[in-house]
Write a protein that binds this ligand. Structure first.
Ligand SMILES: *[C@@H]1O[C@H](CO)[C@@H](O)[C@H](O)[C@H]1NC(C)=O
Ligand SMILES: *[C@@H]1O[C@H](CO)[C@@H](O)[C@H](O)[C@H]1NC(C)=O
Ligand SMILES: *[C@@H]1O[C@H](CO)[C@@H](O)[C@H](O)[C@H]1NC(C)=O
Ligand SMILES: *[C@@H]1O[C@H](CO)[C@@H](O)[C@H](O)[C@H]1NC(C)=O
Ligand SMILES: *[C@@H]1O[C@H](CO)[C@@H](O)[C@H](O)[C@H]1NC(C)=O
Ligand SMILES: CC(=O)N[C@H]1CO[C@H](CO)[C@@H](O)[C@@H]1O
Length: 663
């Protein structure tokens, strides 16, 4: 079928059927093994007392969830945990089956159900030491339902690690074929069967499969990998699936990311072949072990994940199915506008009037560029639990509240839960991280004005040269076309060129014998700086680290001065970065990072992971008038996925005061 033509054949008028007119109240039917919530639009069946969504009846379809699967494998919360002394991120999977079912609210307007599991010491070593309360809420006239969960670790309980937690929905593969992550990230998807060993070929890791003999021949030759569909938290607000035949949409709407780990840039899985759709609240993806939540004994903790909204929509016959996406985006806006929700019955979810506000203005002063206090539009400003400068990107136990500045630098962060926070910021175009040093105590209904804050990014001298844009991403560098054998057609002629399988192998194609050499003033970072410093594959299937060389000319050198090399990294994976000046053999090197990073962004087609900033002193005696070279060596070479993504590199002149500075 030519799907593009199929879509175009529809006329563009939108009537989404739901929500209007009178609707019946919400009804609850408690059965022996199941509980059913029904508001006349949607009927949701949960297992009793496990609290697993076994059926979602909507628009005349008995169940939108995969009826081929066992009931426990349809719509479920899960977590991955481990005992405290264990390392790694692949702990023990737990589907969070509850043991007790309670009706919290039951009236015409709302039904709220609670499925709980209480931890007791006899469960030590068997289950994560957590009390879990899974809530499911249905409102009158609402085309969907809400879910949230409260996790609690009590004071005397054992230490443990929490690697991952999420909710997963497995949809019917006979109905849902078209997946939407964003306006420019949507497509018909292969079937789960296409990933089987009879039809597909596993590539360098199990998640990536080359579709050799798919059921629908149009997918032949493509790579399927769920990591091709990951999304940053700030953009991960609505995604899901469309049934083209039934004109039904299934959407996960996340109106706030206050409860997700690690701030706006953290990347999470979304939807993928299954058809599966996920709301991930906490994971180590694109960050690694630094993101594992590690709880000590004597560490009481409680956190509410969600609520999120599972939204269903439908169209009348012969309408353009993509209107379901347009409508889902509108519903997302509606949900964001009603955040924080008023309906959750748990006292652990504070309403808007129990929360506080912080406002102020952020200005940037970058000496040696200008003495001016610059107001920056779109700078991220956020509250996260108190910590070191930049700690928000590894923070996961608390809540984070982020906004961006307006064109004059003003910001207002609303609906902040009570508690102690630091205010953090980073600004595209400038290196480093800002932290407002006072702890901000938010209490119910408070309004705090922090006034004018000035971020002075790290700088000791004038820019002698720079490579890239300081934006915490390697996207501006050279990203090669994929090997034609390993493409995902969605990302051909797409702005996100980095979302392709196997780009790490293209380095050797481009630099078969000599490593990358970049000459300041002649090279162009958009073409001449490969997006990741990856290892070189040898004929005997071993790998070799690489040394990249930056050539630059200095008209004069202050041998008494200290020059500063700023190395901002967008991601690292199991790497050892060494810096040498003018002598590629110098031992010891001028700088060595030690082994850093477990972010796995190269394998997972991310263009950034965690942000690292190194500021390295270079004594003037190491430099010469005329041509100089900086050698960047990535010395670890046991895997193709090791390497470094640079964000931005700058050499600053020595911090002497010149006549021009004084004028
Ligand atoms: C189950 O919930 C009810 C109502 O909250 C409570 O009375 C009962 O003690 C709970 N049972 C268990 C095993 O937690
Ligand atoms: C901040 O507020 C919380 C209540 O929201 C309170 O428990 C805590 O002690 C306060 N911290 C400080 C430093 O005042
Ligand atoms: C693989 O080849 C490289 C040179 O291309 C060599 O240095 C290395 O020792 C070889 N490794 C093995 C295990 O044969
Ligand atoms: C460097 O310092 C030495 C000793 O203080 C001084 O004699 C020399 O003139 C200085 N050179 C430059 C270029 O500033
Ligand atoms: C300095 O580098 C430039 C650019 O790479 C090159 O053209 C020139 O020949 C070099 N000069 C010397 C003296 O090596
Ligand atoms: C310390 C050092 O190795 N300096 C060298 C820098 O590069 C120039 C030009 O290649 C050499 O002359 C210096 O000796």
């Amino acid at each position: 079928m030519n799907f593009a033509k199929y879509f175009l054949s529809f006329m563009l008028h939108l009537v989404v059927v739901q929500g209007s007119g009178p609707c019946p109240g919400v009804r609850l039917d408690i059965q022996e093994k199941h509980v059913v919530m029904d508001n006349g639009i949607v009927q949701v069946t949960l297992s009793n007392p496990d609290g697993i969504v076994t059926a979602i009846q909507y628009n005349g379809i008995d169940n939108l969830l995969e009826i081929v699967n066992q009931e426990y494998d349809r719509g479920y919360w899960d977590l991955v945990w481990d005992e405290a002394e264990k390392s790694g991120t692949k702990g023990r999977f737990d589907r969070m089956e509850a043991t007790n079912f309670t009706v919290i609210v039951e009236n015409d307007e709302q039904v709220e159900l609670s499925f709980t599991r209480i931890w007791v010491p006899s469960l030590e070593g068997k289950l994560a030491p957590l009390n879990i309360d899974k809530r499911f809420t249905m409102l009158k006239c609402s085309s969907g339902f809400y879910t949230y969960a409260i996790f609690e670790h009590l004071k005397e309980w054992p230490a443990f690690n929490l690697d991952n937690t999420r909710i997963a929905f497995k949809l019917r593969k006979d109905k849902f074929h078209y997946m939407v992550i964003a306006d420019d990230r949507q497509r018909f998807m292969p079937l789960p069967d296409d990933r089987s060993s009879e039809r597909g070929q596993t590539l360098a890791y199990p998640e990536a499969v080359l579709l050799v003999n798919p059921v629908e021949p149009e997918f032949k030759g493509e790579v399927d990998d769920k990591y091709l569909y990951s999304s940053e938290s700030r953009y991960n607000r609505v995604h899901g699936w469309i049934s083209i035949d039934q004109l039904v949409g299934f959407w996960l709407i996340t109106p706030s990311y206050e409860f997700r780990s690690a701030g706006p840039l953290k990347q999470y899985l979304t939807s993928h072949v299954g058809p599966t759709t996920l709301s991930v609240f906490h994971s180590t993806h694109y960050s690694g072990e630094d993101l594992v939540m590690k709880f000590g004994t004597n560490e009481p903790w409680k956190k509410v994940f969600g609520p999120i909204f599972i939204y269903l929509n439908s169209l009348l016959n012969r309408e353009n199915p993509l209107k379901l996406w347009a409508d889902a985006k509108q519903q997302m806006v509606n949900e964001i506008e009603s955040w924080p929700y008023a309906f959750p019955a748990s006292e652990d979810f504070p309403s808007s009037d129990q929360r506080g506000t912080v406002k102020g203005r952020l200005l940037v002063r970058d000496r040696y560029i200008s003495d001016a206090f610059i107001s920056v539009n779109g700078a991220f400003v956020g509250l996260a639990p108190p910590g070191d400068v930049g700690s928000w990107q590894r923070e996961s136990k608390g809540y984070q509240f982020w906004t961006t500045t307006d064109e004059k630098g003003y910001f207002s962060i609303i609906d902040i839960r009570s508690g102690d926070y630091n205010l953090y910021s980073w600004v595209t175009g400038y290196i480093g991280d800002y932290r407002y040093d006072n702890v901000i105590n938010i209490t119910s209904g408070c309004e705090i004005d922090v006034g004018e804050l000035v971020y002075e990014p790290p700088r000791d001298g004038h820019t002698l040269w720079e490579i890239g844009i300081p934006d915490r991403s390697a996207a501006e560098f050279y990203i090669p076309a994929p090997n034609p054998k390993y493409i995902n057609r969605l990302y051909i002629n797409h702005p996100d060129r980095f979302r392709q399988y196997g780009l790490w192998e293209r380095y050797v194609d481009l630099y078969p014998n000599e490593d990358l050499v970049y000459t300041v003033g002649i090279s162009d970072y958009r073409k001449d700086w490969f997006f990741a410093q990856v290892n070189r594959k040898k004929d005997n299937n071993t790998y070799q680290g690489t040394t990249w060389k930056i050539n630059f000319k200095l008209d004069d050198v202050n041998i008494n001065g200290t020059y500063k090399l700023r190395l901002a990294l967008a991601s690292v994976h199991s790497s050892l970065l060494q810096v040498r000046i003018n002598n590629s053999e110098a031992n010891p090197p001028l700088f060595s990072s030690g082994i850093i990073g477990k972010e796995n962004t190269i394998a997972r087609h991310g263009i950034h992971g965690l942000y690292w900033l190194y500021s390295i002193d270079i004594q003037g005696t190491l430099l010469v008038q005329g041509n100089n070279s900086i050698f960047l060596t990535q010395a670890r070479s046991t895997s193709p996925f090791q390497g470094i993504m640079y964000d931005y590199i700058r050499l600053e002149g020595p911090s002497s005061i010149s006549c021009t500075d004084q004028n």
